[in-house]
Ligand binder design. Structure first.
Ligand code: UTP
Length: 218
């Protein structure tokens, strides 16, 4: 089965970045085959923080996040004229992919993010690459807000995992990939191309196997 597996980070759903979302949708419409996993973005963040203030348990915060990802996935799905329901599991997504050659989904179950869903879906579909469309242009060797931070063009799974767990960075703090997705990528040798949503041509260069600006995790 050809066609890319793409993680569309929720940050593209910020009001101020709407033009990039619309550009992305316009471009992906031209692709015949794809699997798209959509993140929760501001809706997830806002609703989770509201629920947290009320004292809801993490499990339920995750459930709220999943609903937000599915809401965003529904929006993208309808924009693309897709008549299928947003699948709620990887198995359902694989069936849709086999039948219709495209699938648009959000989260599945509590305990991880849509990055992990993307890698699991790629694994299930026997893909060797995923494209992670996010709000940073590269992985950096330290906090990108620091002046002496350097871009990383290529990094191994193990080094990326080490970077996430390094104390100086703070666990998962704005790191565009989570540990679970890196572990799944590593065990199945799935390459991750990380690109910023703010350059649509570059995003589609990565999707179409052309030269792209961003970080390759191998
Ligand atoms: P996201 O995948 O958007 O997570 O899911 P994120 O890391 O906060 O945002 P990105 O990667 O920058 O887009 C939003 C929230 O939904 C829950 C988690 O709480 C997550 O933080 N979620 C999502 C799950 O519990 N399971 C899933 O499969 C997906």
């Amino acid at each position: 089965m050809s066609g890319p597996v793409i993680s569309l980070g929720g940050s593209i759903f910020s009001k101020t970045d709407e033009k990039y979302l619309l550009e992305f949708i316009k471009r992906i419409k031209k692709e015949n085959e794809y699997a798209l996993v959509v993140g929760g973005g501001p809706i997830a963040r806002d609703e989770i923080s509201r629920l947290r203030k009320i004292g809801a348990k993490e499990y339920y915060l995750d459930m709220m996040g999943i609903q937000a990802t599915r809401l965003n996935a529904t929006m993208v799905s309808l924009a693309l004229g897709n008549l299928m329901e947003v699948p709620r599991s990887i198995d359902e997504a694989v069936r849709q992919m086999k039948l219709y050659k495209r699938v648009i989904m959000g989260g599945t179950e509590p305990g991880h993010t849509t990055d992990a869903v993307t890698l699991l879906l790629a694994e299930a579909l026997n893909k060797d690459t995923v494209v992670n469309v996010t709000n940073v242009d590269f992985l950096y060797d330290r906090d990108p807000r620091l002046k002496d931070a350097n871009k990383i063009e290529r990094i191994s799974y193990s080094s990326a995992i080490k970077m996430i767990t390094a104390e100086k960075r703070g666990a998962g703090e704005n790191f565009p990939l989570d540990i679970l997705s890196l572990n799944i990528a590593r065990r199945s040798s799935i390459r991750i191309k990380l690109v910023s949503f703010k350059d649509t041509s570059n995003v589609f260069n990565a999707i179409n196997g052309k030269k792209f600006k961003g970080t390759l995790v191998v």
